[in-house]
Design a protein around this ligand. Structure first.
Ligand SMILES: *[C@@H]1O[C@H](CO)[C@@H](O)[C@H](O)[C@H]1NC(C)=O
Ligand SMILES: *[C@@H]1O[C@H](CO)[C@@H](O)[C@H](O)[C@H]1NC(C)=O
Ligand SMILES: *[C@@H]1O[C@H](CO)[C@@H](O)[C@H](O)[C@H]1NC(C)=O
Ligand SMILES: *[C@@H]1O[C@H](CO)[C@@H](O)[C@H](O)[C@H]1NC(C)=O
Ligand SMILES: *[C@@H]1O[C@H](CO)[C@@H](O)[C@H](O)[C@H]1NC(C)=O
Ligand SMILES: *[C@@H]1O[C@H](CO)[C@@H](O)[C@H](O)[C@H]1NC(C)=O
Length: 647
């Protein structure tokens, strides 16, 4: 008898399943008495194979979520016909966010009060469909992790999303939240991370972490408080939450947050400024992961990309570098650039950009003419406050012997910190210096040496706070003997960070007999600078209407580096032009004419000479170093020894 009734039940279920579902429930789904119970619709089914629904069936399912509750709905459907628009299934959550679906296998949705909806419209698609629901109750007491973020912070707050305890965050103005990419396969589960517009989970729902990640948009609280809570069942998605005060992020049209790991996440990142002309990307490096290298930037039309160590600040104290162009300039001559620290914010002004990152420095170290470009710095340089563990090690390897040409612009050598730089050419050490507080570097004085390997290491004593160091190693394009032009016709301004900087175009003759720099490029390199150190070690391109060449008096290396005394042999008119072109006193904003510069340089280069320009005081008053410096035959920037060149 017992056996018989089991068989009967089995047959009943079997016949139910073979029929197409035709009826739409008239009432909403409510939580059961015992919350450990799962509600299935239409009835229990194996996840991949729900029951078939009849054609032209349409139904709106309502899932009630009383206050203090939340629900997880897992939805599965497939169709026998190819997907067509409009979508047969739509999920509408408690915040009226609509998601259109064309297929789903056990996809999770999370609803908070008051309700969520699922809309099904089968048409003739042969739809198999079903879902299951479980309700949960928020704990009766709200004991959050309390966090603060201030408008003046240079670093945003970063916390893992994998916290069972909710976060309550306050800010000076409003709280802004962005969410980094989740671990692969965990994307949908970000929907379980809910953002509330207020002090606790009874506040209005602002959305989910999924929306932030998916739409690349920050969520902002309407007041000073925001709550983020992970709903049950608890999932660890691997995302990080990045909170900051909204004041400086309000213009961002799109705001993405990425952990470039695995590497392909940041292989190509598109930024779109929309009509606010502003968009941002924050990247996070967790200590176990390598820092990212920016290897290529494509700035559509006009664009400026500022990079901050931490968050964007209005006073720009933590701005570490900036890329700027008019036209679609390939900025590779400054790249690849290694970025360090915990968070970087790439802020784009303009229309759109494509950023290409890698985590693999090997790409730049083997079998490439010059590996790294761009600046070197300690790990947390410019992150706002002195930091521990600033130690860093960097190197450039090249296939040919090149001129390493760099300047140290900042080095905190207090408390026994040291900065060592050494360069070798094959096995010969051509430069080796350790800077300490008792033998500090001459900031901004260029250092040059030839070699095929340069290594820089900064060491601090354990636990010691320092400001770190920064070193600008130049646009180094030496090793490309075939290079004839920089070809930056649309480059209008090269931006100088800080209140002083140097321009070094280091294409040494005779290795680059055909290379020349155009007058437009010279203009771009020197415009809008506060203080200029110019070292254009190359030929200047001959313009179409070649001006009359200068007659240069008998001067040698020392004379040119020191006082350039224009003697009688000089044509007076050319002297005026020279002054006009070369003289950049500290407050003068731009050079406008390089005609004479080109002529003089050409004359000097014909003799194989070398002529660095100290352009901050003017020809007559050029600052003369205590010991005149020359670029010697060994390729080292050192006190002059060669006899004056006669022109
Ligand atoms: C569900 O909870 C109720 C009441 O706490 C309990 O009696 C029942 O055994 C539970 N069922 C399961 C399957 O855990
Ligand atoms: C930020 O906070 C202010 C003051 O509470 C409020 O008026 C404003 O609407 C908030 N901004 C946003 C984007 O919610
Ligand atoms: C940009 O320039 C670099 C170096 O000159 C070159 O390797 C790279 O292919 C260029 N990128 C594009 C897309 O042209
Ligand atoms: C650099 O100089 C220091 C001290 O003079 C020495 O100990 C070190 O071995 C040198 N490094 C190289 C690579 O020659
Ligand atoms: C510059 O040259 C003039 C004329 O030869 C000479 O009188 C003058 O002393 C020189 N000035 C300097 C600073 O060498
Ligand atoms: C420096 O440049 C400013 C602006 O062009 C000018 O007014 C000033 O006289 C210059 N100073 C010197 C010492 O040439």
């Amino acid at each position: 008898m017992i056996h018989f009734s089991f068989l009967l039940v089995f047959l009943l279920i079997g016949s139910l399943f073979s029929q197409k579902i035709t009826d739409c429930p008239t009432s909403a789904f409510d939580p059961p008495n015992h919350l450990n119970q799962t509600i299935w619709y239409p009835s229990d089914f194996s996840n991949s194979d729900p029951p078939l629904f009849s054609d032209y069936y349409s139904c709106l399912y309502k899932i009630n979520v009383p206050k203090g509750y939340h629900a997880e709905v897992r939805l599965t459907f497939n169709q026998q016909m190819p997907p067509i628009i409009p979508a047969p299934v739509q999920v509408i959550d408690s915040q009226s966010l609509e998601e259109k679906l064309f297929s789903a296998t056990d996809v999770p949705y999370f609803f908070v009060s008051n309700a969520g909806f699922i809309k099904l419209d089968t048409r003739e698609l042969g739809i198999k469909f079903g879902f299951r629901i479980r309700w949960y109750k928020f704990p009766s007491t709200f004991n959050p992790i309390i966090l603060f973020t201030q408008n003046s912070d240079t670093q945003p707050l970063i916390v893992p999303s994998s916290s069972i305890i909710p976060y309550q965050v306050s800010a000076d103005t409003n709280v802004s939240l962005v969410v980094s990419n989740p671990s692969q396969g965990y994307e949908d589960l970000l929907k379980s991370l809910i953002i509330f517009d207020g002090p606790d989970w009874n506040s209005r729902v602002l959305g989910s972490a999924y929306q932030i990640w998916k739409f690349k948009e920050q969520k902002v609280s309407s007041g000073k408080l925001m709550t983020v809570a992970a709903l049950e069942p608890f999932y660890d998605t691997g995302s990080m939450l990045l909170f900051q005060d909204f004041k400086n992020t309000k213009d961002f049209n799109k705001y993405q947050c990425l952990i470039c790991y695995p590497e392909d996440v940041c292989d190509s990142v598109f930024m779109n400024c929309g009509n606010t002309e502003s968009a941002a990307l924050s990247t996070i490096t967790l200590s176990s992961q390598p820092a990212e290298y920016l290897k290529e930037i494509w700035l559509g039309d006009y664009g400026v990309l500022d990079v901050y160590m931490g968050r964007l600040t209005r006073e720009k104290s933590n701005l570490i570098t900036s890329y700027q162009s008019y036209g679609k300039v390939n900025t590779s001559s400054y790249l690849p650039q290694k970025f360090q620290g915990t968070v970087r914010t790439y802020h784009l002004h303009g229309h759109s950009a494509n950023l290409h990152f890698t985590l693999s420095p090997e790409l730049f170290t083997n079998n490439v003419p010059v590996g790294r470009h761009g600046f070197f710095s300690s790990k947390f340089y410019k992150s706002g406050t002195p930091q521990k563990n600033q130690d860093s090690f960097d190197y450039i390897r090249t296939t040919d012997t090149v001129i390493f040409n760099f300047e140290i612009t900042d080095a905190d050598l207090a408390w026994g910190s040291t900065l060592n730089i050494w360069i070798r050419d094959k096995s010969v050490v051509t430069y080796n210096k350790t800077f300490t507080s008792s033998s500090p570097p001459n900031l901004l004085a260029p250092i040059m040496a030839t070699g095929n390997y340069m290594e820089v290491s900064y060491k601090t004593n354990y636990g010691q706070l320092t400001n770190g160091y920064f070193m600008n190693p130049v646009v180094n394009i030496d090793s490309n003997g075939k290079l004839e032009k920089l070809n930056l016709p649309k480059l209008e301004v090269v931006k100088c960070l800080g209140n002083s900087c140097s321009i070094i175009v280091n294409l040494n003759y005779p290795k680059h007999p055909k290379f020349c720099i155009t007058i437009q490029e010279l203009n771009a390199f020197t415009r809008k600078r506060n203080q200029v150190y110019l070292n254009i070690n190359s030929n200047v391109c001959i313009p179409k209407n070649e001006p009359k060449a200068c007659t240069v008096p008998t001067v040698g290396c020392e004379r040119l580096i020191g006082n350039l005394n224009i003697t009688k042999g000089f044509d007076r008119i050319d002297i005026k032009e020279l002054e006009f072109s070369y003289i950049a006193n500290n407050s003068k904003a731009s050079y406008t004419d390089f005609k004479s510069c080109y002529a003089l340089r050409r004359a000097v280069f014909l003799e194989g000479g070398f002529w660095p320009l100290f352009g901050d005081k003017g020809c007559e008053q050029m600052e003369s170093p205590a010991t005149p410096m020359c670029f010697s035959d060994r390729g080292i920037w050192e006190p002059c020894s060669r006899s004056p060149i006669t022109l």
